[in-house]
Design a protein around this ligand. Structure first.
Ligand code: G1P
Ligand code: ZN
Length: 543
């Protein structure tokens, strides 16, 4: 093998955030930018000679270019085998499963998740470790440090691999195996869910619409929902992955999946609607005339998981990210199982899942998953919902209402302020932090503060600590305000306000969400002075 050492100069902006390195395509397209970062990842790893690397992405613009670079560099750095999804496609949970299934050393997932794609859009590179989950912070810090010192990268001279043809070939002695991205994942889903029951549900006339948003879940949803589960053709829409996602924003929320939402609100709309994001790890769940918030979805899935074969013996525990509503906490309490509140980002669930302390995890940002992989999994959530619907033979609306009648309702909303000047956003958070110590005991607009802190997490498995994970202000009636800055934005700062109010099982569950939360919206303005710091009158996005 003829390894070439190519001189490079370091970049100072290759700091992987919560979800890997994410930048504009124009940044990634700079000469040596991708090579520099990949070499920093490879240099941070040990003892991988001859080992397997899983590689794939969400099909966005530049995916194919980076995959070819990765193959050549993996060969030069001494990997023995690279497994690539056909067409360069692998969903994030699909990649997580393949790493585990083939006992790979790790994997590279190429995606900027729900961010727009195309030449003007975003790109991203994330390294996942052998358990299938995102590299922990100590690894990503090491990669960042190495990237700033990089002086050379290793590659080989070789033709591009044809990514469209299944089968094996070699590149400079390394095996390259192109596999069907869907089949192993579909097999895993069949071990977890009652496909016969769901097939019978569709056969009985149950109608669904799944919006793949021209992103990676198209082939997965078509093969599983229309193929294995027999839903009529046309159930999956926008099912062909496109490099620019058809010009859309592959973020399954009420803003970017509004057409789906509107369809489900119609009298003649289908029974069930769902969508997933660019790389297939997020999910949106909408029943006929009933939107299910991700926080409620987590709680309902946890409470009903035993109805699916993969979870029939019950679940060990639940974990949720700190800003996610406390709806799941009430389920855990009733079931007498462990409940964990972790910082934002899926990587914080990894240790709890590996240790068998929790089975189901979720985030308010439309991420739900379980111990079957080490990433959140959009289609998994959709299939668990379908399994529950098939067994309970009730509408989504009825299941949600039953849940509130048993556990109470956590009204919940998130207000995002995008592209805020970073200095102003940091100023707002710093000023609010100053006030925290004085808040407990104060009564603001009739709400009594019981605690106020800057969330710090102590991992019960490995003992590590993560401080400054967002400001929490809790009130006597179970209401809560959370203020934090996004760790995934690519331009300026994104300020996120999370508001939650609890209504008891016998309370009024029929209020409009923003109206129900109005008192808390006023309190957060009073405490954080969002208008003054940001110069904005209203959030950019309300979810
Ligand atoms: C956002 C979400 C968070 C999720 C992350 C990656 O991060 O809020 O829950 O884990 O994307 O998908 P943020 O931009 O808030 O840091
Ligand atoms: Zn995603």
């Amino acid at each position: 093998m003829n390894v070439k050492e190519i001189a490079t100069t370091p970049f100072d902006d290759q700091n992987p955030g919560t979800s890997g390195l994410r930048k504009r395509v124009s940044v990634f397209a700079q000469p040596n930018y991708v090579e520099n970062y990949l070499q920093a990842i490879f240099d941070s790893l040990e003892d991988f000679a001859g080992a397997t690397l899983v590689v794939g992405g969400d099909g966005r613009f530049y995916n194919d270019v980076v995959i070819q670079k990765t193959i050549r560099m993996a060969a030069a750095n001494g990997f023995g085998r690279v497994i690539v999804g056909r067409g360069g496609l692998l969903s994030t949970p699909g990649a997580s499963h393949l790493i585990r299934h083939y006992k790979a050393f790790g994997g590279l997932v190429l995606s900027a998740s729900h961010n727009p794609g195309g030449p003007e859009g975003d790109f991203g590179i994330k390294y996942n470790v052998a358990n299938g989950g995102p590299a922990p912070e100590k690894n990503t810090n090491a990669v960042y440090a190495l990237s700033q010192k990089m002086s050379r990268y290793l590659t080989v001279e070789a033709d591009d691999v044809d990514l469209s043809v299944l089968g094996k070939s070699t590149v400079a002695g390394m095996v390259v195996e192109i596999i069907d991205p869907v089949s192993d994942y579909a097999a895993l889903m069949q071990t977890l869910f009652d496909f016969d029951a769901i097939r019978a549900l569709f056969a009985s006339g149950f109608r669904m619409q799944f919006d793949a948003m021209h992103a990676v879940t198209g082939p997965y949803a078509k093969a599983i929902i229309e193929g294995l589960l027999g839903a009529p053709e046309g159930t999956v829409i926008n099912g062909v992955p496109l490099p620019d996602f058809g010009g859309g924003h592959p973020d399954p929320n009420l803003v970017y999946a509004k057409d789906l939402y509107d369809l489900l609100m119609r009298d003649d709309g289908p029974d069930f609607g769902a969508a997933s994001d660019g790389d297939g790890d997020r999910n949106l769940i909408v029943g006929h005339k009933r939107f299910v918030t991700p926080s409620d979805s987590l709680a309902i899935l946890a409470a009903n998981a035993h109805l699916a074969p993969g979870y029939k013996n019950g679940i060990a525990g639940i974990a949720r990210s700190m800003p996610t509503s406390a709806a799941a906490d009430r389920v855990a309490e009733a079931m007498g199982i462990e409940m964990h509140e972790t910082p934002t980002g899926w990587k914080f669930f990894g240790n709890l899942l590996d240790a068998g302390r929790v089975t189901i995890c979720g985030e308010e940002s439309a991420g739900t998953g379980s111990d079957h992989v080490r990433e959140k999994d959009g289609l998994w959530a959709v299939l668990l919902w379908l399994n529950i619907l098939a067994v309970r033979q009730q509408s989504v609306d009825a299941i949600v209402r039953d849940h509130w009648a048993k556990y109470g309702r956590n009204y919940y909303t998130r207000h995002d302020y995008d592209e805020v000047d970073a200095e102003q956003a940091n100023g707002l958070v710093a000023a609010l932090r100053q006030k925290l110590a004085d808040l407990p005991g104060q009564v603001i607009e009739g709400y009594k503060v019981t605690y106020a802190d800057d969330f710090a997490y102590h991992d019960p498995v490995d003992g590590s600590s993560s401080a400054h994970q967002g400001i929490r202000i809790g009130f006597e009636d179970g209401s809560r305000i959370v203020v934090r800055l996004s760790g995934t934005g690519t331009v300026g700062a994104t300020l996120r306000l999370y508001l939650e109010r609890y209504e008891a099982p016998d309370g009024d569950h029929d209020q409009e969400t923003q109206a129900a939360l109005q008192p808390l919206i006023e309190i957060v303005e009073k405490l954080a002075e969002v208008r003054r710091w940001t110069g904005r009158d209203a959030p950019s996005v309300i979810t």
